[in-house]
Design a protein around this ligand. Structure first.
Ligand code: SF4
Length: 339
């Protein structure tokens, strides 16, 4: 059986035509699926019974019952078993007055960041657009409305470029979820050709880039899968993104690791690297992973680093990750092993 959320509107209309049903049924179906989070075709009472039965034989619809749920005061993490196989983690983070979803784009990740639980075991496979949407639908079924979405769960979003873009297209379509593209952030470890491509033809979302370090050698050690592109190429791609998007800044995520990238000279390197382009620098104190050799700097070091960045003219903030207590923070998501 196929996942209903994998159907585009065009494909759904074609399917309806093949079953002698009028076009407008597609809008009805999308409304049920995406606006009402329908758990089955039987709920769709404005559709004829016989077509509901055929749909039910061919397609899977409805939020998934999580295999495991972990929760603390500011986050809820779901472990979902995809109907096509494979386990995926996604997170709802409670911000001030709204909820943000953190979605996975792949099962595992091939980038191999030295500091990330998702990298352990490599990449099993990429998720389809429908499987990405299914995470959002499943989170929404528990959390109610979700305002913001970030692609910062498992996987390198730009190694699953087409499916990620297709899922965003569906999220932002007024006939489906009607989310604002500006409230969606796609995160990449720095796939340079994909940044160029996304700048010109991608949905008008925010873009975040994991920097690791402003020093090439340290960056290559922390994010080995991106070492084929140097920092110069990466910055040129980000500059191009901001130029094409009329000044839209790129967010640079900088995971702070004690003794690795939290020294005074790291501030100077950051200032040199980012100073000339529209940016927002997000300092993220490391969320520890038992298998990884790093620890977060102490509070004083983080505060001093932040102030020095600010004094160097950088547009900087410190992002406190939500969900650390349940291993749901940045870099802590993994396959079913956290149950
Ligand atoms: S930090 Fe992101 S890109 Fe790096 S291994 Fe983890 S999921 Fe992949």
């Amino acid at each position: 059986m196929k996942l209903f959320y994998d159907l585009s509107l065009k494909e759904l209309k074609k399917w309806l035509e093949q079953h002698d049903e009028p076009d407008y049924r597609a809008d009805q179906l999308f409304e049920w699926a995406y606006q009402h989070n329908a758990g089955s075709f039987d709920e769709m009472t404005n559709l004829p019974k016989d077509i509901r039965a055929v749909l039910g034989e061919e397609f899977i619809i409805g939020p998934l019952e999580p295999v495991a749920v972990a929760e603390d005061e500011d986050a809820r993490k779901l472990l979902l078993e995809m109907p096509a196989g494979g386990e995926v983690e996604c997170v709802a983070m409670r911000m001030d007055g709204y909820t943000s979803a953190c979605l996975s784009s792949q099962i595992g990740c091939a980038v191999g960041c030295d500091l990330c639980a998702s990298a352990i075991g490599g990449c099993e496979r990429s998720l389809s657009a429908g499987e990405i949407l299914l995470q959002l639908i499943s989170l929404r079924a528990i959390e109610g409305s979700i305002r913001n979405t970030v692609f910062m769960g498992m996987g390198e979003a730009f190694y699953n470029y087409e499916a990620v873009c297709e899922s965003i297209q569906r999220m932002t379509d007024d006939r489906t979820m009607g989310m604002s593209a500006s409230r969606i952030t796609v995160s990449t470890a720095g796939v340079v050709p994909a940044i160029h491509r996304y700048a010109t033809e991608g949905p008008k979302t925010e873009l975040a880039v994991s920097l690791g370090s402003a020093d090439q050698e340290i960056r290559d050690m922390l994010i080995p899968g991106m070492s084929r592109w140097d920092l110069g190429d990466l910055m040129a791609a980000c500059y191009e993104f901001s130029r094409v998007r009329r000044g839209q800044p790129v967010t640079f995520a900088y995971v702070m690791l004690a003794g690795v990238n939290d020294q005074y000279h790291d501030v100077d390197r950051l200032a040199r690297l980012l100073g000339a382009q529209p940016h927002h620098l997000n300092l993220i104190p490391y969320n520890e992973v038992p298998e990884c050799p790093y620890v977060a700097p102490d509070e004083e070091t983080i505060d001093t680093f932040y102030r020095r960045c600010r004094d160097a003219g950088l547009n900087v903030s410190v992002r406190r990750s939500r969900g650390q207590a349940i291993d749901a923070a940045c870099g802590q998501l993994r396959r079913g092993t956290s149950r």
